[in-house]
Design a protein around this ligand. Structure first.
Ligand code: ZN
Ligand code: MN
Length: 477
């Protein structure tokens, strides 16, 4: 494939996180009884008039600002005309002439280096309904009809399926960070059309492209791109020509198939939407929205590395999801040991999250409690084993670790005199292990340490017990 260059561009539709639909007051709710959240506007009854959802505009502009786009101060809506059963008014309200956002882009990681993927524009539109196929007939669910969407159109800057994945992942992370969308792929919150072409490496102008429509999983997009690139390369290598067409990805057989060629391509006959006034945004409004933007995930990683002295890997894991990064930062600020908190978070807290299947938001653990727990361990007040047990309890039930330790007498026993008593008892009861050790079975020492820990109900300071037992075994030798 190295004799041929690949060019990919993506058009990504993203559901906006609003409470209601784009042009009516119907509530947005996924997975409910079909056609329960509908009204004359989103069902496209003649004469019903759309009313703009201001929050949708806010969210699209927020996305634009996060992605470094130029925000159009004056933006208009157009009708995109076509017939399909999932869209009963026979046109989609969209933007063509003056979309909300222009330019901008996303940084992606490609192996060793970073690459900037330019965005052409972002426009605002509405989703269609959903066709559901049954055994002998099909139905249409209009609950999704009128869902606020933004369409993010990239420039053809991507050179491989891996770069496309990296772009989508960065995009998703930024949009979730900004609270613009949940980007829940299973619920169809983020769907992409891909444009792909190949050309000989010496050739300047792009090859003829094909478009693969409406894919809603990253895995599907990756597989479809791999298949389509290979298909086009095979044709070009045999001296054939690529037909400009729209293709469909069939995940079941792992192939793209022709849907329609350029000759019977849609002419959408866009024209200005007469029922909506243009959106005008003043400088004040944009400045206010800009002031509430969160840090970009990549900027946050850099800052966290510098501020808490944690390695790049840790910063990447912690900044991956905003709630985790917020939690980590609060905890690290309270207890002051960034790397220690990072270790606790990445191993123990994440393990408990996996074990319980809950997120931090669904847990009772607070950054204050975790900081207190870590401080108790660092001060030697409790040992690591006790702390790990407590963590699970704090995660599920909440509470103050210091209080629980005091109430239940969980404090670590670091008092040499008290430990000496335990050790004496263990030695007396396990003469065989003591003899084994002296006969050269060094592992017997570990057994003795274990017995002391057991006798102390897990509260003994394991380090101190180790040292004391080693000393005692050496002494009497
Ligand atoms: Zn409605
Ligand atoms: Mn679209």
């Amino acid at each position: 494939m190295n004799d041929l260059l690949v060019t990919i561009g993506l058009e990504t539709h993203v559901h906006l996180k609003t409470r209601t639909k784009m042009f009516c007051g119907c509530r947005l709710e996924f997975g409910v009884e079909p056609n329960t959240h509908v009204c004359p506007v989103c069902l496209g009854y003649p004469g019903a008039l759309p009313v703009m959802n201001g929050e949708a505009i806010h969210l699209t502009v927020t996305a634009g600002l996060m992605l470094g786009c130029e925000i159009n101060r004056y933006s208009t809506f157009d009708r995109k005309n076509y017939f399909y059963p999932d869209m009963s008014k026979n046109y989609q309200i969209s933007q063509q002439a003056k979309p909300l956002c222009l330019g901008g882009g996303v940084w992606i990681e490609t192996g060793q280096e970073r690459k900037f993927i330019r965005i052409n524009h972002i426009h605002q539109e509405e989703d269609a309904g959903k066709i559901i196929h049954y055994a002998r007939y099909s139905g249409v669910d209009f609950n999704r009809c009128g869902t606020p969407l933004m369409e993010i159109v990239s420039e053809p800057d991507l050179a491989s399926p891996d770069e496309a994945m990296s772009y989508l992942q960065s995009l998703k992370q930024i949009l979730v960070y900004a609270g613009v969308s949940d980007c829940n792929l299973e619920e169809g919150n983020m769907r992409s059309d891909v444009n792909v072409s190949v050309r000989p490496s010496g050739q300047k102008e792009l090859g003829t492209r094909t478009e693969i429509k409406n894919m809603n999983t990253f895995k599907g997009i990756y597989a479809a791109l791999e298949y389509e690139i290979e298909r086009q390369c095979a044709i070009v290598r045999k001296g054939g020509t690529i037909v400009q067409e729209t293709r469909r990805w069939d995940p079941d057989i792992g192939e793209t198939q022709s849907m329609r060629t350029k000759e019977n391509a849609h002419d959408y006959r866009y024209f200005p939407e007469p029922d909506l006034v243009p959106v005008t945004l003043c400088e004040d409004q944009i400045a206010r929205w800009r002031a509430t933007l969160p840090e970009l995930p990549s900027a946050r990683r850099e800052r966290m590395m510098a501020e808490y002295g944690i390695p790049e890997y840790d910063a990447g894991v912690l900044a991956d999801e905003k709630p985790n990064a917020d939690f980590f930062e609060r905890c690290a600020r309270i207890c002051g040991h960034g790397k220690v908190v990072a270790n606790w978070f990445m191993t123990d807290v994440m393990a408990v999250m996996n074990e319980t299947g809950r997120t931090l938001a669904e847990s009772a653990l607070t950054p204050e409690a975790l900081a207190e727990l870590i401080t108790l361990v660092r001060d030697g007040a409790i040992n690591g084993a006790t702390a790990k047990q407590l963590l699970l309890e704090l995660f599920i039930e909440g509470g103050s670790p210091a209080k629980i330790v005091a109430e239940r007498g969980l404090a670590q026993v670091s008092d040499a005199a008290a430990l000496e008593e335990f050790i004496k008892e263990v030695f007396a009861a396990n003469q065989k292990s003591v003899d084994d050790y002296r006969a050269g079975k060094k592992a017997a020492a570990g057994y003795l340490v274990g017995q002391v820990m057991k006798l102390s109900k897990g509260k003994a300071d394991p380090k101190l017990v180790n040292t004391m037992i080693a000393r005692k075994l050496a002494e009497n030798n």
